[in-house]
Design a protein around this ligand. Structure first.
Ligand SMILES: Cc1cc2nc3c(=O)[nH]c(=O)nc-3n(C[C@H](O)[C@H](O)[C@H](O)COP(=O)(O)O)c2cc1C
Length: 391
């Protein structure tokens, strides 16, 4: 480890650049009535009561010299899509607002279109700190904007925030998953072609499962985007992933996802049922929620707030893991749902662990029950054959 006691400006910046920061544009209307702005990575919240925030402009900054003439300023938190705006506001001089759409915050300071949040402030005090100022702002108004990921600055480059749990990293286990998908693909295509519904395969990855193969009949149609999508392992869908885990892992999982005490025994029983029957079925209460969530994810990408929303939505589907015979399938008639979300069956790998899950998706609940029963039989045949291929 290189420990520096003597360091120059470059080294100071380089080491400090290891801390990622958000990127904001501080805006104000100058006494001359012109909008002014500068990019700042040193913005932070300071105090809740009173509500204070701070940022640190360089004493040499000409932009700050004009901003401080105003009474108020607005902090614009940029989205990951606003890197061009960031670059435009980071240059010295010129018309930084050229081509930028904005509307006034209550103070009059510009709120730039498309920001993820904005915070309207009055200048509280300005202190000197070395070659910078510490500017304290008292928050007067604030709001969230576009519900998407923010722009980040790290080691001199721009990027976006990604939750580790929602991203399939380029790692050895990803390659392993892809090789499983490769070997399972022919069977999944045959299954989808035969049953006429969308089929896909998922692999467990920590507390998430990741879609690694997806077939959407007719086979020559352009499929909806599924590959790489990840979902939290929460009941009822998550039960099928945990059904083959040892009991202590099941308990640890329920603790991690904070399963209410009232639900625990039912979930354990359902997992025991899934394990003994070899498959499980979940039904949607409403497809409208699902369509809405998929739409938001497609438009704005995954955020931690979105991840929580997806988990909550998934919990509101109903597990009918106990449906496992011709007569039981008949009970679906009384079920208040538009669609069977999924019939799932596991493929246990040569090591005895769950290798992947194969699903038939979105079967209309009006589908004749013998047909649903046939889907289940076909699914179990497919998973048995995939298991042989993996052996
Ligand atoms: C990501 C990023 C973060 C920045 N953070 C700060 C900051 O915290 N304080 C600062 O004075 N300048 C910061 N700057 C530099 C200013 O945005 C801008 O380049 C400078 O103010 C332009 O010079 P001017 O103020 O003389 O117009 C940052 C620039 C970038 C690109």
């Amino acid at each position: 480890m290189d420990v520096d006691t003597a360091f120059d400006d470059k080294r100071f910046r380089e080491v400090l650049g290891h801390l990622p920061t958000g990127v904001v544009v501080i805006t104000a209307i100058t006494p001359e009535g012109k909008p002014s702005g500068m990019v700042v990575g040193s913005f932070t919240s300071v105090s809740l009561d009173p509500p204070l925030v701070a940022f640190l402009p360089a004493r040499t900054s000409s932009s700050f010299a004009s901003l401080r003439k105003a009474h108020s300023f607005c902090v614009n938190i940029l989205s990951a899509k606003q890197e061009p705006i960031c670059r435009q506001f980071a240059v010295s001089g010129g018309d930084k607002f050229a081509g930028v759409n904005w509307s006034p915050a209550p103070s009059g300071a510009p709120v730039i279109d498309g920001v993820v949040a904005w915070i309207d402030c009055e200048f509280e005090r300005i202190d000197e700190a070395g070659d910078h100022y510490i500017v304290l702002g008292r928050v007067t108004h604030l709001a969230t904007g576009v519900p998407t990921i923010p722009l980040l600055f790290f080691q001199g480059g721009y990027g976006g925030f990604a939750t580790t749990s929602l991203v399939m990293g380029a790692s050895a286990d990803m390659l392993h998953s892809l090789s499983i998908a490769d070997r399972a693909r022919a069977e999944i295509e045959a299954l989808a072609g035969d049953v006429g519904f969308e089929c896909y395969a998922q692999v467990p990855k920590g507390d998430q499962f990741v879609v690694i193969a997806s077939v959407f009949p007719p086979l020559d149609a352009v499929p909806p985007w599924r590959i790489g999508m990840t979902f939290p392992v929460v009941p009822p869908w998550g039960e099928v992933f945990m059904a083959w885990a040892p009991r202590d892992e099941q308990i640890a999982w329920m603790n991690r996802i904070r399963t209410p005490a009232d639900d625990r025994q039912r979930i354990l029983d359902e997992m025991a049922t899934i394990r003994s029957t070899g498959w499980s079925m979940t039904v949607w209460r409403s497809m409208a929620d699902v369509d809405q969530i998929s739409g938001i994810i497609a438009e704005h990408g995954h955020t931690p707030a979105m991840e929580r929303q997806v988990a909550q939505l998934m919990r509101s589907t109903t597990s009918v893991a106990e449906v496992r015979s011709q007569e039981d399938v008949g009970r679906l008639d009384g079920h208040p749902t538009g669609s069977i979300a999924s019939i799932s069956a596991p493929v246990i790998g040569p090591d005895g662990e769950l290798a992947l899950m194969v699903n038939i998706h979105n079967i209309p609940v009006t589908t004749p029950k013998p047909e649903v029963q046939r889907c289940i039989q076909r699914l179990l045949e497919a998973t048995a054959r995939i298991a042989e291929r993996l052996a």
